[in-house]
Design a protein around this ligand. Sequence first.
Ligand SMILES: [Zn+2]
Length: 332
Amino acid sequence: MADTARSLIFCLMVSGLLGCAQSKPAGANSGAQTASATPAAVAENATAGREALPPDTAPPPHIDAAKAMDYARQVVSFGPRYINSPGHKKTEQFLRAHLKGDDLEEDAFTTSTPAGNLPMVNFIARFPGSQNGIVVLAGHYDTLYGRNDFVGANDAASDTGLLLEIADYLRDQKKRPGYSIWLVWLDGEEAIKQWSDSDSVYGARHLAAKWQKDGTAKNIKGFLLADMIGDKDLDIDRDQNSTPWLEDLVGQAATRLGYQSHFFQRLNAVEDDHLPFARIGVPVADLIDFSYGYNNVFWHSPQDTLDKLSPQSLGIVGDVMLETARLLPAHK
Ligand SMILES: [Zn+2]
């Protein structure tokens, strides 16, 4: 995200925090923290959510967090990874090498930007489930355009590495019940010049248009985005630009795994890769911790380095995404 846009959002977030403190305790279920929700709607929402839960018989998901961290470490070692940089090419090759035995699609395209036409490529790895329907788990792998002082450990080697470990986890599960899971590494999330609707989330806009055209979008039951999820001090925001019931389900998944204290302390309104999919009617949830260091000081700074990350945070977000995917078929 661009500095201006996100700085404004950060101010909103602070006021949202005050609002939270006056309403329900953090970690409370459902849309209680959403200013526009009426008490009746909140109660209905929470009840519906509880009734939707299946019996808790399946073993909880548990990815190898150390391996996710190691993938993130390798991605950071490629250096800055903005479009057309050597690090971007190395990341593409790294993804290809690790996903080569999978049902992998490279969604390559060229798009107009303030720096002229640029080539971009989204990677999509599909893992089948037993039920008709798709859950997308996504992140972005590009870093700030033109910035050679920025290695983006959290933004976004963290989700790049996490999705690679989730691929390993899913590959090992033969005949997995539930919806198919598609893992997506998006390109061109960052602005080329200045964050705006037309200069941001290039890969997501391209893929959403494609999936709307070919009918895939109608079959997507949930789109879960991970961004800036490696912070040692993990506190995932509740995002007002996400689909409320899917945010509720993420909260339920976190609670079932005992991770609820890392979720939804703050209210936020985030512009990110999920928005193009929300606009075409796909239920979306952005899992983002937009408080990276005091006052978000490490965000888009040369201090976004590996020492700020922990494998535990990657593990928590990965497990909660997979648990949310597992709960989705029973929802509604
Ligand atoms: Zn960013």
